[in-house]
Design a protein around this ligand. Structure first.
Ligand code: NAD
Length: 372
């Protein structure tokens, strides 16, 4: 079979660090394994535009593997040219770079390595929340630049203790963020999601569900966004959403860049409606040099906690999603059933409620949040 692997280039870093598996150099550690079985592997980072290697090789590829960090966007138009494609694997979590309805129509299976980096992202969120509330980034920049002005930093530094923190979307990542925040003695840990957590899960972290989204937005001092990108959530962080937040809210989005309208976020930060915006996800990726989130700041010249998309691609996460991808391929080659939690679409139907028919989500499905 022909397998097309779209990854980011690791360059010198990948040569020096073989554990950087998610790079074009190290090929998820599966190139020899595939060659030994007689499969053809084509690896590229060149993914944009009709003349790209991605577009050239997708036409006769049987399997596409890509990551959310440097996604080969499998649009309906691209799929129309991909006549042999049977399986699209996301080495990581989040398959919104694929037109899932179009994949369903063509009976292309979409699978991801569910859970592979959820702890990695949850830790990044906790780090970003603390950096935000305590005004850490401007403080660090100040000393690196030779300065010393305690008051300029302390005027916008707070404790996390006593603040109301909420997750918008309380699945695997959102729940893990709340779990990790429990010892900080926040005033309240809240969540907004379609379905309630099992009682045992919410009791374990002492969190409360808020059923009305506007009420949730109004109550939180800090919000972490953990919903998948789908038709309903695309662009949801817009002027209207931002105007409903408590003034000076700290907003963290490690879910997907396209959940937000970039200019609206920059404007809200500059006007003081939000005190901070941070996270690691952008649209498109790689982010262009003039993306507003590269330079936006609040009126005190801080408030920007953006990084390149790396929260879910720590070396530990890379090992897990590389192993998970190999397992998905092994099952596919052997004609075995995939792990149900890894399936996004199969046989022309959604196999998950995360991207589609979410209102019917059951408590049973929600139980996976803790057990995956
Ligand atoms: P999950 O499927 O376990 O949880 C998602 C939750 O969001 C579900 O409980 C679902 O009911 C809820 N939800 C969906 N739409 C919603 C809406 N409109 N309002 C409220 N809740 C809604 O997924 P997860 O593993 O927690 O991952 C969440 C997302 O995080 C992924 O889809 C992906 O986009 C992103 N992610 C980012 C990185 C990174 O490196 N930054 C890594 C992994 C995942």
């Amino acid at each position: 079979m022909k397998i097309l692997l779209v990854l980011y280039d690791g360059g010198k870093s990948a040569e020096e660090e073989p554990r950087l598996l998610g790079t074009t150099e190290n090929k998820l550690g599966i190139s020899k394994w595939l060659a030994d079985q007689g499969h053809e592997l084509v690896t590229t980072s060149d993914k944009e535009g009709s003349g790209s290697e991605f577009r050239k090789h997708i036409v006769d590829a049987d399997i596409l593997i890509t990551t959310p960090f440097h996604p080969g966007y499998l649009t309906r138009e691209v799929m129309d040219t991909a006549k042999q494609l049977k399986l699209a694997v996301t080495a990581g979590v989040g398959s919104d770079h694929i037109d899932l309805d179009a994949a369903n129509e063509r009976k292309i299976t979409v699978a991801e390595v569910t859970g592979s980096n959820v702890v990695s992202v949850a830790e990044h969120v906790v780090m970003t929340i603390l950096s935000a509330v305590r005004n850490f980034i401007p403080a660090h920049e100040q000393v690196m630049n030779g300065g010393w002005d305690v008051a300029a930093i302390a005027r916008n530094a707070f404790d996390l203790e006593g603040k109301v923190v909420g997750t918008l979307g309380c699945g695997r990542i959102g729940y893990r963020v709340l779990q990790r925040l429990k010892p900080f003695d926040c005033a309240e840990l809240l969540y907004y999601d379609y379905a309630p957590l099992p009682k045992e899960a919410s009791d374990a972290v002492g969190c409360k569900r808020v059923e009305d989204r506007d009420e949730f937005l109004k109550r939180c001092d800090v919000i972490t966004v953990n919903t998948p990108l789908h038709a309903e959530t695309k662009g949801m962080i817009n002027k209207e959403f931002l105007s409903k937040l408590k003034k000076g809210c700290f907003l963290i989005n490690t879910a997907r860049g396209a959940l937000a309208v970039a200019e609206d976020v920059a404007e809200a930060l500059e006007s003081g409606q939000i005190n901070f915006y941070g996270g690691d996800v952008w649209y498109p990726q790689p982010a262009p040099g003039d993306h507003p989130w590269r330079s936006m700041r609040n009126h005190l010249k801080g408030g920007n906690g953006m990084t390149p998309h790396y929260s879910g691609t720590t070396l530990d996460a890379q090992r897990r999603y590389a192993e998970g991808t190999q397992e998905i391929l092994k099952r596919f080659f052997n004609g075995e059933k995939q792990e149900p939690a890894n399936l996004i679409v199969e046989n022309g139907e959604y196999a998950t409620k995360a991207y589609g028919q979410r209102n019917t989500k059951t408590e049973e499905a929600k139980e996976q949040v803790r057990t995956d």
